[in-house]
Each structure stands twice: as C-alpha cells, then as structure tokens.
Write a protein that binds this ligand. Structure first.
Ligand SMILES: Cc1ncc(C[n+]2csc(CCOP(=O)(O)OP(=O)(O)O)c2C)c(N)n1
Length: 803
C-alpha cells in the first residue's frame, strides 16, 4: 500500500500509475459485484439480511490509500471497500458473514454473530495478548445503531495525542509518536444524531487526529437531506466549526464522491493535517449514490423520484471512474471489460465457495441425525409423527443447525414413552451438538483471556497497627495517586475532574502532580466521555472515565450498552475494551441527584462489571483489581461515603479485592437481609435495632451486581435463616427484581424458604426533594425495620405481635 507521500500522481511513471489505477478499478468493481450478488443471496432466501457498500466504493478506495498501519477506523456498515483494499476482507468472507457462518476462521469479523458488513480486526491474540497495532491496519468493531461508532472515534484519535505528549513505557505496539489517525465514517443522515454533534464539538475542542468522512448519498433510508440537516448539507451546517487563521477548529472539505482526482487531493490534505498537526478534518463526501438501494429490506424505487434515480445512474462513482479512465486514455474499453468479467467470475466463485463451506458441516450433521432418527423410528413402531419429521428434514436442501436440532428435539418429545439405545443416541447427539455450538453463540460476554477478572491475584488491604481514620475521599484520592505513580498509562477524566479534582475531591491534586494529559476536565457530554474511554482503551491506554453522577449515566447509556457492553461478545474476544467508569450515586437530593437506576443498568449493561462498593476502601480495591484485568467495569461510589471515616490501608494502589464476592457484614440466624451501596448503612442500622425485638438478622453486602455472588454464598445464608428480604433504593422490581431472580433461578433458594421472599425498594416515582422527600421516596430505617419485622410476624405472630 503506498504511503501518503507516494501517492502524488506526478511522481509515478505512466505504467505504474496505470497499473495502480487498474488494480483500483478492479477493487471497486469486485466490491460492487460482491454487493450485487450478496443482495441476490438475500432475495433468494439464502441469507437473512444484506447491507452493502455499493455506491461508496471510490471514496473508500481513496481513503484506504492514506490509511497507514497503526491507524484505526471507527465506521459503519458501508465500509467494505476499505477493508477489501487492505486485504482484510476477502469476498468469500463477505459471503460467509451474510450466511452467518459460526466459525471465526471463515467469518473473521464475528463468527457469524454480527450481520454482514460489520467489520473488525483482531487486536489481541488467542491468549488476550496485544498484537502490534502499529504494524497493522486497525478497525474498531462496527455497530448498527446510527452514529453509535462516533464517540469511540474520539478516543481513538485522542490516544494519538496522549502518546505524542507522554513517553509511555512499552507503547511501541500502540503508537509511533502519536502519528495515527482515527478514520471515522458515517452516513449523511446519521449525522442528525446527537452523538455526532456532541463528538464533533469535542474533537474541535480537543484538536485530535480525527478524519470524519460523511458518505452523503442524500438519503437516510427514505428521508432526504432537506429533512435531516440544516441547509441540507452537513458541511454547510457545521461551517462554524471551521478553523480560521486565529482560531482552532476543524478543517472542512467538501468533495464529490465520484471525482477521483478531487478525492485524492482532499484525502491527501486531510491525512497530512490530521497526522502531522493533529487537526481534525471533516470530509463531506457528497453526491454519492445507492445503486442497490439502502439494504435488502426495501427498494429505493419506492421513495426516489425518476429524476433522482436517473441522476444516481449518471453519478454512480464506479461508472464515473470508468469514464474518467477511458477519457484520460489510461486504459481501453476492452481492458476494463476484461476486469469486469473477471470480477463477476471471482465474486460468483467466492459466493459458491462460501456457501459450500457454510453448508458442508451442517449437511454432515444432517446425515448423522437422519440415520439416528431412522433408527429411532424402527424402535417406535414407525411412529407416524417421527416418520413425517424425517421426511420433512430429508427434503431440506439448505439447512441450518436450528432445523436439525428442532427435528431431533421434537423427535425426543414424540418418543418420550420409549426407552431405547436409539433414543439415547438421539439425545446424546443433541447434547453434543448443543455443547459444540453453545460457545460459538454465547462465549465472551466477559473476558476469557488470562486477564479475566476472576484470574487476577487478590491482595488483602493491610493496616497500620494504630487505626488511621480518614475521610473516605482521601482513600480514593490516595489510591488513585498510587495507581498513577505505578502505571504510566492510566488516565482519569470527566466533568470537573481536572482542575478541582472532582466534585467530591477524590482526585484532588492529581492534575497538578500528573499533568493535564493524564488528569483532565471534559465538556458536559457523557456519551463522548465514554467514547474517549473506549477509544483510548482500544489503543492500549488505561482510561478511567468519570460520569459525575450515576443519574447521568442515562446520557451515555446507548454508548455503554450498544458499544462497550457488547464489544467483547461481538468481536469474540478479538478486541477488548478494559475501560473503567467511575461514577457516584444513590442517595443525595431530589429527582436528578439521588438516582439509583441499577435495574436499568443491570439489564442494559451485561458485558460490563457493575460494582456497588459500600465504602471507599472497597471501591479502591475494585479499581485496583479492574486495572489488572481486561474487562470493562463501572464503579458506583456511594455518595454519602466521601466524608465518612475509614481506616486507611497502608498498601494503597496494591490491594485488590475480589469481584463478584459478597460479604457477610453481620451474622444472624433469623432472616437474611441482602443489600448494597448507600442503603446498606441503613440496613446495618436496622439490623442492630431489630436485635431489640429479638430478631437476629444476617446482613449481606452484595458489592457487585454484575457478576452476582459467584460463589452462591447468599444461598448458604438462606439455608440457615430460611428467610430473605432484599433491600435497595431502585424502583420496585428494579435491582431487587434482578437479585430475586438470581436467588430463585441460579441459586435455587425456593426449597429453603419458610417465608415468601420479600423486596423493599424506593417508590416508582423519582425521589422528591428534601429530607421528607427522601423519607417518603426511599426506603427509610423505619421502613426496613417494619418490613423485616413483618416477615417475622407473619411466621410467628405470638413472638412478634403486630406493631
Ligand atoms: C439509532 C438508530 N436509529 C435508526 C436506525 C435504523 N436505520 C438504519 S440505517 C438508517 C439510515 C441511515 O442513513 P445514513 O446515515 O445516510 O447512512 P446510509 O445507510 O445511507 O449509508 C436508519 C434510519 C438505526 N440503525 N439506528
């Protein structure tokens, strides 16, 4: 692949220029053929959904010329030509993804987990060790939600800035003096998303090497630019971001996507500015088309006018490139036709091979199960329902594992009254195949590498002989300090984190000591804060991103859920994002400062560790463990804990606490009280008060909602007390609903219970302001005592008469 400086057309001989152009023409033609054939595969029912890069081939080809090793792309489902240009996507693999081939060797992007056209490159080897990212072209993992890729593009670019500013040890795998560009791509219509505007503003402020390409085909499915964008043009709408002689900002370039020389010029300029000077660039690639329509879910003839369709036919970038080559006398009609014929054949062959490779192991299994079912049939006096099933299955020419397993499991249901070796063989076959396929479908929600959290060696906190009582925030602060001294790639950032050291002073003095590159303020834009974290974590840094209050997690929930939480899973562990998110929450004041949306987070953030330490020592111990691992985690510090006194450990930055371990804070025999976070202090107080009423409660701090009590220790407590109340300050059925589900389904506590399990949570409405608002909205000490007493009363009204 030529380097930026090699591309200047004037420096090439005509022959090498021609050769290169014909290679390029071949690539865009092959890419188009793949799209067209892929669409047919969906239309004929062999694949379920198709979305392709047709109409965007030429600008992607040009972009790929300026994309250097070490660079990253954060793009979307149109970008196949960029990957094909770098030989990271073979036509056969494109088809394998369409069919959802579950083998990573055949479908290297996600082993069939992602729809086709969602790309990634491996950053890690099978053991979770970093590859040399500076020696490869890197693609962060695409997601379907429009603009969802943009927040992370900011972090990918910011990493270059960090690497250029600091000399971080062992960073040669990640950066060469911060010369790497973050290449973001987005469709014109998706720029309407808030995520895009938020991130663009951040990039302008940060001055980072981001090249944002907008592929503008005038539409977002059926809705045209006039309804999407002010002035119908993203480069016009964003003109205020443009840098001037005296003010920093973006370089904004607008170029027609069918104009090869203009594209070369634009991307050369963009790459130079971004790479050398870290100036962000918007490349508005206009006048693109969609030759095959938006996707296989509809046809664009329905919503585009005849004139528009004619215009698109005339401005198809591949055809324009073709005409340009002929016009300039670079190649003959015959040469181009030959290329086109050979691309057609290559795409067809790739498709056929991909289909065969996808089907053959399933067809082998089909023959296996058919013969087992036939054996079963003879043992069941030719049961007609099994006979029918065999007939139906045998008739299938194209099969999925689902078809096979469904038939086999159905046959087991039909033959439930028979017991024979033949039936056992079917049953065994189902078990073996299911256990073979399960990992392909379910692995890597969390890390499975050597750096998974459950593998991190634990270290107990140690204490001075004499108690060192300090405010909780001092423990957090000094623990961060110790971490920053120990690890030069740790960064901490968020709103008010830099200059004032966070709103609760947990980062006090850190910026002064470690500088503004490592500890810094951000604008108020939570999604981009998370994107900064994701992108920097993808490039070997260890970011700790702060969301000021847990209430504002809602402002980045999409990025956390769609991007971060699914990252490891959708890449089958080929890229990891060990981002730590620090936030604080639960009880403070009023509707937007005392939230505890744990249920929402638990359900949307599977894939992220969700930790709810009761105090700052626990929080510090979790940070220390997370930083040794390769999994993402959110630590919700207890807002009311910063000023409470704790005994300061002497091994700050070193002690590492187990994640997913509960702690019994008070032993008891009558009833188990399960809680976490700020509410826990009230539960502890209630347990003391309940002793006066002859109720000896066991108090359990869960500490970690995801993962939940991995050793199933709550069950042991309930086996002793036979009663349980779960208490938190989320909405009814939120966090408590999840905990109860875990206890019933995973820990199977039902047979151990003498009383119905109970939950106590906050009201369904947002908490009202003031002390009375809190008292009525959140579970109070009185509520907890009475709830627990009520359970005891119900079980023994004599000993525990009505209060
Ligand atoms: C958050 C979100 N909203 C809606 C959609 C459904 N959707 C998928 S693609 C699309 C249009 C995108 O248009 P554009 O950004 O111009 O990109 P193009 O597909 O035209 O390249 C829409 C609305 C989505 N995937 N994600």
């Amino acid at each position: 692949m030529p380097k930026t400086q090699d591309v200047a057309i004037s420096t090439l001989t005509f022959d090498s220029f021609k050769d290169q152009l014909l290679v390029d023409y071949r690539l865009i033609t092959l890419s188009r053929e793949c799209s067209a054939l892929g669409r047919k595969e969906v239309m004929t029912g062999k694949a379920k959904f198709g979305i392709f890069g047709d109409g965007k081939e030429l600008p992607q080809l040009v972009l790929s010329r300026f994309f250097e090793k070490g660079d990253f792309r954060s793009g979307y489902y149109r970008d196949q030509t960029i990957l094909m240009a770098h030989k990271l996507l073979q036509p056969q693999q494109l088809f394998a993804a369409l069919y959802a081939h579950p083998d990573l060797k055949e479908e290297p992007m996600s082993g069939g987990r992602q729809m086709g056209a969602h790309f990634v490159t491996a950053s890690l080897d099978e053991n979770g060790e970093w590859l040399y990212l500076t020696q490869q072209y890197n693609h962060s993992s695409d997601i379907s939600p429009t603009a969802g890729q943009i927040p992370r593009s900011i972090g990918l670019a910011q990493a270059s800035k960090v690497y250029r500013a600091l000399s971080i040890k062992n960073s040669e795998k990640f950066s060469n003096n911060g010369n790497e560009i973050s290449w973001a791509t987005i469709g014109n219509a998706s720029t309407s998303e808030g995520l895009f505007f938020e991130a663009m503003n951040a990039a302008g402020v940060l001055q980072i090497p981001l090249v944002m390409s907008v592929w503008d085909d005038g539409y977002g499915i059926s809705v045209d630019n006039e309804k999407q964008t002010t002035k119908g043009s993203i480069s016009k709408a964003l003109a205020g971001l443009k840098r001037t002689a005296s003010e920093k900002g973006f370089e904004i370039l607008r170029v027609n996507g069918w104009d090869y020389p203009a594209l070369m010029e634009a991307y050369q300029k963009a790459a130079t500015l971004a790479r050398e000077q870290h100036i962000p660039v918007l490349v508005h690639v206009d006048e693109l088309t969609q030759p095959l329509g938006h996707s296989t879910s509809g046809s664009h003839q329905r919503y585009k006018s005849k004139q528009r369709l004619e215009w698109e036919a005339d401005h198809d970038c591949n055809l324009k490139m073709r005409s340009w080559i002929l016009e300039k006398g670079i190649a003959t009609e015959e040469e181009l036709t030959n290329i086109e014929t050979s691309c057609k054949a290559e795409a067809r062959e790739a498709k056929t091979k991909a289909w065969k490779t996808y089907q053959s192991p399933i067809l082998v299994k089909k023959e296996e199960i058919l013969s087992l079912l036939k054996a079963l049939l003879s043992q069941t006096n030719n049961d007609p329902s099994i006979q029918l099933l065999i007939g139906e299955l045998a008739a299938f020419k194209e099969v999925t594992y689902r078809d096979l397993l469904h038939s086999a499991r159905k046959a087991l249901r039909f033959s439930r009254n028979h017991s024979s070796a033949a039936r056992s063989a079917v049953s065994d076959w189902v078990s073996v195949l299911t256990s073979e396929l399960n990992p392909k479908m379910h692995s890597h929600l969390y890390s499975e590498s050597n750096y998974r959290l459950s593998n991190i060696p634990l270290v107990e906190p140690s204490y001075a002989a004499e108690e060192q009582l300090v405010d909780g925030r001092i423990i957090i602060r000094d623990n961060f300090k110790a971490l920053f001294e120990k690890k030069d790639n740790v960064l901490l950032f968020g709103e008010d984190v830099g200059k004032i050291g966070d709103v609760n002073q947990g980062a006090e003095g850190l910026q002064e000591q470690f500088g503004e590159t490592r500890v810094f303020d951000t604008g108020i834009r939570e999604a981009t804060i998370i994107g900064q974290g994701i992108g920097m974590a993808l490039r070997g840094l260890r970011p700790i991103a702060e969301i000021q209050y847990v209430d504002y997690v809602l402002y980045c929930l999409h990025t956390l859920s769609d991007d971060l939480a699914s990252y490891l899973y959708r890449t089958v562990g080929q890229q990891a994002v060990p981002l730590i998110i620090r936030t604080r929450g639960h009880r403070l004041e009023g509707i937007w400062h005392s939230g505890s949306p744990m249920g929402a987070m638990i359900h949307l953030l599977r894939g992220i560790n969700l930790l709810v330490p009761r105090n700052m020592t626990q929080a510090a111990g979790f940070y220390n463990t997370l930083l040794e691992g390769d999994e993402p985690g959110i630590v919700v510090e207890s807002l009311n804990g910063y000023r409470l006194k704790e005994n300061k450990p002497t091994n700050l930055g070193e002690f590492r606490l187990e994640i997913g371990k509960i702690e019994v804070l008070k032993e008891g025999t009558d009833i188990t009280l399960v809680s976490y976070g700020s509410t826990l202090r009230l539960v502890q107080e209630a347990a003391q008060e309940l002793l006066k009423f002859d109720i000896d409660a066991e108090v359990i701090d869960i500490q970690s909602l995801l993962p939940f009590d991995v050793r199933k220790e709550i069950k042991k407590s309930i086996a002793k007390t036979n009663r349980v109340v779960i208490i938190d300050e989320d909405v009814p059925g939120g966090g408590t609903g999840y905990i109860l589900q875990q206890l019933l389904d995973v820990q199977e506590i039902f047979p151990l219970l003498d009383s119905a399990p109970q939950t106590l949570s906050a009201q369904a409405h947002r908490p009202a302001y003031g002390s009375d608002g809190d008292y009525f909205s959140k579970p109070s000490l009185d509520d907890i005592i009475e709830k627990v007493y009520g359970v005891m009363h119900e079980s023994n009204p004599t000993n525990y008469p009505t209060i």
